[in-house]
Write a protein that binds this ligand. Structure first.
Ligand code: SER
Length: 884
């Protein structure tokens, strides 16, 4: 059975049993606690927690998942992957264990026709009910095993819903491993389907079995995941997931590039599989907006790329490997996952740039590594220090496996314990920073949950009006729900109905006022979504006091909202024009939509040069001046996508979406507030463009009144400059250019005169030389001269005395400091004397120091009064040096 049929069989089975088919969420999750989408249930987390009630009680998806916890197994086992498609069915408070088990059994044995006696079941250690259900369906007791937290209790790895699970495993036969069921051998009895019985909420904890259970979920739910790769390997009767139609074409590409045959001998097989498997993850991650970076999800991607490159080199592939292998992923899977095809150009550019840069790093790192190996050898050590391995890893992004391998070749072992300690320490530091923040956030979240469970979501009325009558539903102070708040305090406040937009999609939250009939006045400082659809207002009680249950009049600051709306519409237009000018890859990666200004981050590989930037600005303004209508409409997600609406990476959209059209050139899914017509935006003025990370650029711009103010400021500056130049503004550049030319020639002339003067003075100084035993000496206090000129003057003067040994020491007072310079003739220098030696005691006298080698030396100190004395000492020292 081809993978396309495996997918459709799954979806048909569940949609015909009342499940709503929901598209995969992107790999960048909207859940901030999660780095990458790692399970089909991620996008439904609020449903499981009961924070949001879905329109449908059952769902089915094919979810893109990325997991790196098993990265070391990839290529080494038949079943592990860093990216996979997970087919799932979900029940949100609808059916539970019995139906979930019955569905799975029916689909596997009838839909996919798996032999019943090859199916083994695991259940959670004390889940008698699940075991009974499987037995009733016909699974014999000897093929049901009980396992503990580690295997049969599932959570996302972060706080959220969780529960015991039951897994279906397929016996691949004795060729794959030992007898004894999944508890004994996971490679022979491969886990294919995990049924999670969601019923608890877990708290913060490090690993499985080590987190607290906070309590029951309001309702029991089902979350299942059937791994497409693994099922395909079984149904297509291939040993390894890389042999399925999902990965085989990519494996063939690796074969062609290397000129070797898969599986090859020993470790070659591992390398083949790593390259093919990682190429797939890389393509999907980039298509969903992940770009290589030093940390976070960008680092996950980078690590996959570097690992793939390294294994390609081990296979003898010296040319580019990522571009051709990801291209083969796109060719193979682009029909099913159109984002791959849509982002093909981006994928190629990103992998090519990363491979080029890592290839250079690989060379640099190798040099450092070889030097460290040589050092170890010289010290007769048999180890390479963990510090070196860590430096290679940290600074050069050098995989530690590679260091270990190279060290081994040189007969050395790496101090892996030390390396691990350094790594743990680094991670601990990073984590400690994160944790404090999470504790505070969790407390608040609990308060929001409590209030939203009691009152439901906020009725947001702010799209159409700026004011509303509302009831105060709750007050939160420092994360605790409180009954009231007094004058002067700042608290969080929840209303049943609110005209205040809560910060999201980059748009800042609204500010304004809330008043009660008895004269209490609250200033709304900010509005944020505490939970999805649940507005939390940060307010300062300016007058009176506020109690839960009071009626109030909420009023948004209209001028500010209007200025924000301008920026929001301008942002959409900018996004459209960037993509038109730079290419389709120039997609939004983040934005800030604020009153009168915006910040827009997008994918691009190089700086946008000035002419391009100017062209983009003009395009944006022309598009707005044409006064396009800004139209807001609603549709199903599928309709919106069919209509070509742009969805943003990392944003979560429900099934019903809001779409904002501007003219016929921009169509985005967007929950923000906008102006009615393009011309309302006023001018847009780009004020900056810069890099903010690998392959991400940031544009900053001003809109509306702020853009006009910026022009005003610039005009005033120009007026001031032209007034200074005594010209009209339009003549200012020419006038300035002329003046700068005149100034430059005047400076040159001045330099020439100064040089002549110095030479004259040098002559006078040389003429004043005193003869002492062994040569001639000049010591003199001069005036009107800076440090550089003092040295030059000493140098010139001694040059005129170059017929024998001579010393010139000059001193001057300059900007409150005593300066000294000494110069000696070449002949004296040739005897091994340094000019600085003559100057040491004198320098000390004025409170300074000197040193260094050469025929000229200088010194400076604060004790101006000691200058004469210092010169006298220098004269004595000069005479002594000459006399030796
Ligand atoms: N969430 C579970 C898993 O990922 C089942 O979908 O295994």
């Amino acid at each position: 059975m081809r993978s396309t049929q495996i997918r459709s069989t799954f979806l048909d089975f569940f949609t015909s049993r009342g499940h709503r088919q929901v598209p995969s969420s992107p790999l960048i999750p909207s859940d901030p606690t999660l780095l990458l989408a790692n399970a089909g249930m991620n996008q439904f987390k609020p449903y499981f927690l009961g924070e949001v009630t879905p329109d449908f009680p059952r769902a089915t998806t094919i979810q893109k998942c990325a997991r790196t916890s098993d990265i070391d197994n990839v290529g080494r086992t038949n079943r592990h992957a860093t990216f996979f498609e997970m087919m799932g069915n979900f029940s949100f408070g609808d059916y539970f264990k019995a139906d979930a088990i019955a569905f799975a059994w029916e689909l596997l044995t009838e839909g996919y026709q798996l032999e019943k006696d090859r199916l083994w079941i695991t259940v959670y250690q004390d889940d008698d009910e699940a075991e009974q259900l499987w037995r009733r369906i016909g699974v014999p007791a000897e093929r049901i095993q009980r396992l503990g937290m580690e295997d049969n209790f599932w959570s996302m790895g972060v706080p959220g819903p969780c529960g015991p699970c039951s897994e279906v495993n397929y016996d691949r036969g004795p060729a794959f491993g030992r007898e004894g069921g999944p508890a004994v051998d996971g490679e022979r009895y491969v886990e294919i389907w995990n049924l999670v019985f969601m019923q608890y909420q877990r708290g913060e904890g490090d690993k499985k079995g080590d987190f607290p259970i906070l309590g029951d979920l309001a309702q029991q739910s089902i979350d299942t995941g059937l791994g497409l790769d693994r099922l395909a390997a079984i149904l297509q009767d291939v040993e390894n997931v890389c042999g399925t139609d999902l990965l085989r074409p990519t494996l063939t590409t690796v074969q062609e590039l290397s000129g070797r045959e898969y599986p090859g001998s020993g470790e070659e097989k591992v390398s083949f599989q790593v390259v093919a498997e990682h190429a797939r993850s890389i393509a999907y991650l980039i298509a969903d907006g992940v770009l290589p970076a030093k940390d976070g999800r960008g680092y996950v991607l980078r690590r996959l790329m570097r690992r793939a490159i390294r294994h390609a080199r081990l296979l003898g592939i010296d040319k580019a490997v990522l571009a051709p292998t990801t291209a083969s992923v796109i060719a193979n899977l682009g029909d099913v996952w159109p984002e791959l095809t849509a982002q093909a150009a981006l994928i190629e550019q990103v992998v090519t740039a990363e491979e080029e840069s890592f290839t250079r790093t690989l060379a640099q790192g190798t040099r450092l590594l070889n030097a460290a190996i040589t050092r170890s050898r010289e010290n007769r050590s048999t180890t390479l220090t963990g510090d070196t391995a860590f430096e290679l890893h940290d600074t050069f992004g050098f995989p530690v496996e590679l260091t270990i391998e190279a060290a081994r070749d040189a007969g050395l072992t790496v101090d892996e314990n030390r390396f691990a300690d350094l790594l743990t320490e680094q991670q601990r530091r990073a984590k400690a920073g994160g944790k404090a923040k999470t504790a505070e956030a969790l407390r608040r979240q609990d308060a929001y949950r409590e209030l939203s469970a009691r009152h439901g979501r906020t009725d947001f009325v702010g799209y159409d009006r700026l004011g509303a009558e509302a009831t105060v539903l709750g007050l939160i102070s420092d994360g605790t729900v409180v009954p009231g708040a007094d004058q002067g305090s700042t608290v969080e406040l929840v209303l049943d109905r609110s005209p205040f937009y809560a910060e999201s999609g980059g748009q800042v939250g609204d500010t304004g006022t809330i008043r009660t009939a008895d004269g209490t006045l609250l200033e709304v400082l900010d509005t944020k979504p505490g939970l999805e659809g649940f507005h939390v207002h940060t307010v300062r009680v300016a007058e009176g006091e506020i109690r839960t249950g009071q009626q109030a009049e909420a009023l948004v600051n209209g001028a500010r909202r209007e200025a924000v709306a301008r920026s929001h519409s301008a942002t959409h237009v900018l996004h459209a024009m960037l993509r038109r000018t730079l290419g389709d890859h120039a997609r939004q990666h983040g934005s800030l939509v604020d009153a009168g200004r915006l910040r827009f981050d997008f994918a691009h590989f190089s700086a946008v040069d000035r002419p391009q930037l100017a062209a983009i600005e003009t395009l944006v303004n022309d598009s707005l001046l044409a006064d396009p209508e800004v139209r807001v409409w609603h549709a199903s997600r599928a309709e919106a996508e069919a209509a070509g609406a742009t969805a943003l990476f990392g944003e979560k959209y429900g099934d019903h979406v809001r779409i904002v059209d501007i003219g016929d050139f921009s169509r985005e899914l967007c929950g923000g507030t906008h102006i009615g017509h393009g011309s309302n935006a006023g001018p847009v003025r780009i004020v900056g463009e810069a890099s903010i990370g690998s392959n991400i650029r940031r544009i900053e711009a001003l809109t509306g009144r702020d853009a006009l103010d910026h022009y005003d400021t610039e005009r005033r500056l120009l007026e001031e400059l032209s007034a200074l130049l005594g010209t009209r503004p339009q003549d200012a550049p020419d006038a300035l250019r002329k003046r700068l030319n005149t100034l430059a020639s005047a400076e040159r002339e001045l330099g020439r005169l100064r040089e002549t003067e110095l030479r004259d003075r040098a002559q006078q100084l040389a003429a004043s030389a005193r003869t002492v035993t062994g040569g001639r000496v000049v010591t003199e206090k001069v005036t009107g001269i800076g440090p550089d000129e003092l040295r030059t003057l000493a140098h010139h003067a001694v040059g005129l005395l170059d017929t024998g040994h001579a010393v010139v020491v000059l001193g001057t007072e300059h900007q409150g400091k005593a300066l000294l310079a000494a110069a000696i003739t070449r002949s004296l220098h040739d005897t091994g004397t340094e000019a600085s030696r003559i100057l040491v005691p004198a320098a000390r006298m004025v409170g300074g120091g000197t040193g260094g080698k050469g025929p000229v030396a200088s010194a400076g100190g604060r004790r101006v009064k000691a200058l004469d004395e210092a010169l006298a000492i220098a004269a004595e020292d000069a005479a002594r040096v000459l006399g030796q």
